[in-house]
Design a protein around this ligand. Sequence first.
Ligand code: ATP
Ligand code: MG
Length: 659
Amino acid sequence: MAENSSDNIDNLMHEARRFPPSETFAAGAVATRELYEQGEHPVEFWAAQARELLHWHKPFTPERTLDWSEPPFAKWFDDGELNVAYNCLDRHVLAGNGDRVALHWEGEPGDSRSFTYAELTTEVKKAANLLTALGVKQGDRVAIYLPLIPEAVISMLAVARIGAVHSVVFGGFSAESLRSRIDDASAVLVITADGGYRKGKAFPLKPTVDKALEPNGDGEESTVRNVLVVQRTEGDVDWHAGRDLWWHDEIAQVDTEHVARAFPAENPLFILYTSGTTGKPKGILHTSGGYLTQVAFTHKAVFDLKPEEDVYWSTADVGWITGHSYVVYGPLANGATEVIYEGTPDTPHPGRWWEIVQKYRVSILYAAPTAIRTFMKLGRQIPKEFDLSSLRLLGSVGEPINPEAWVWYRDVIGGGTTPVVDTWWQTETGAIMISALPGVTTLKPGSAQVPIPGIAIDVVDDRFRSTEADQGGLLVITHPWPSMARGIWGDPDRFVETYWSKFGPTTYFAGDGARRDKDGDIWLLGRVDDVMNVSGHRLSTAEIESALVSHPMVAEAAVVGAADETTGQAVVAFVITRASQADAAAADDASAVLRAHVAEQIGAIARPREVHIVTELPKTRSGKIMRRLLRDVAEGREIGDTTTLADTMVMSVISNTLK
Ligand code: ATP
Ligand code: MG
């Protein structure tokens, strides 16, 4: 094979399966081809979407749609005024849809509650009055550290309603992680619960908050004045009189009426820390009008939403960006009926998700590849026991979805008929940026496909030249978009340096590798930091992992580059096998079979030097594979920072496998 002289990432994957939209789906689809033409004028396009999808207390003037005079700090619709919570609640009630169910909540132990739009509006009005009574004002930061219970959604909307800023911290994080997020944002209030349910057990949250709020090493007091505590598990809690308040006591004393005030479009809405897959999480800041416009548009067009008929379920926790944009703001802005579920997919039995789909007749499901691969590992007989016929559209987010997982998702969960949309985006982008539009796009398993209308994406080499078809390069965004991050909280320099310096201040560098095929469809290749260099060939993680997953023995795979004397770097793979295949081959044989399989699928250059069969992979709490830790193992180094890891035991288990 010829020496590869460019910086481009090699092209290894050849996926030929195609799924054009069915005639009936296309005929009834929300998205149309015309959207792409309209999107060629992004400023006008987004202005039209903002007017059509949202209620503005004070309309923005067309000339003020986008202010890009100080890149990379954009302003969208900045002389307009709106109230985000009013857009998600009151206006649906005023439009006569107060009786439509907004939320079907399912607790892990099997308890459930449903809220109509009228009921949810009342709950949020009360909570807004409560926050005001506690002295929370426009611009103040409120930390939310809750399990996925209705109060999490109510709290976020109440904070938004009074123009304050929420910082949701995933309920699985430690006191230390919580503390650093509270301190970073100088939060004045924490909303938490006594505990929540996970994996069949009640886990405490309040003690973690207590610990996080202790004076720090220098004796400095936290900025938090009050802690509001939702009663969920009825576990014992320590009580700090004067600081701690029970949610149910306080909420019973406030008025049920609250008039939503208008705030400027650029009023901060929330701070959210990235998943921390590559290093220290960044406090990403999002504002109101542009964010809500793009999450509402994408939720409607990408998920083909028919709010009168559909039951939508995003399985994400509100602690992640998907939980903000596609559990809270997008669906509720669009008046959708949605399901939220507190617990893990396998509690009390491995068919729990499918039982929920059956119970609520879920029609649109949005989940992560990590979950899909776990279900593949367990086998198709589990979902087969449930009636999944209500599903008509499936979505994927968080990591590249391997073609084999995509096809499995469509066949086994989607009954062989549902479109599957693979959506690429980030905490920083706020909303979906690349995705097929169902009913319009011919689907390709494993490709995120095309920028959504109004979004400008390119794949470039190190010198900012667009790559040719089938050449891998760097993913960049070349025009500002409404839901773009407005900064890193308290650190504008880090914002500029991380995302806007590689190619100048008007080009956003996403940090992901990608390639465009001959049809112009985009394939995500994994993080640029994870690209391997084997004998001068630049190999991406995603393609080799997909080649491994295409073997019937494999459910999930992670590959990393490890230093190698002859080739510079060598491919080292970590593989989880499917349950049905667990004892199919002894580990040594399996390893040889899989090495040969990769060579045959995508070429000898990608053949792993080692394939290790493992039972778990290191993942962030949002379910993403942390390859940098595997690289540490593969190179025999001490394992790096594991604070964002979901299960810290995993690393010692994997290290022992290698010994
Ligand atoms: P950190 O930036 O702290 O390392 P993170 O990047 O994991 O954390 P998120 O913002 O939650 O934090 O994840 C965004 C990243 O997830 C993207 O940059 C990309 O690498 C990956 N990703 C998300 N969706 C997709 C997708 N559909 N296909 C491929 N990769 C995806
Ligand atoms: Mg990131």
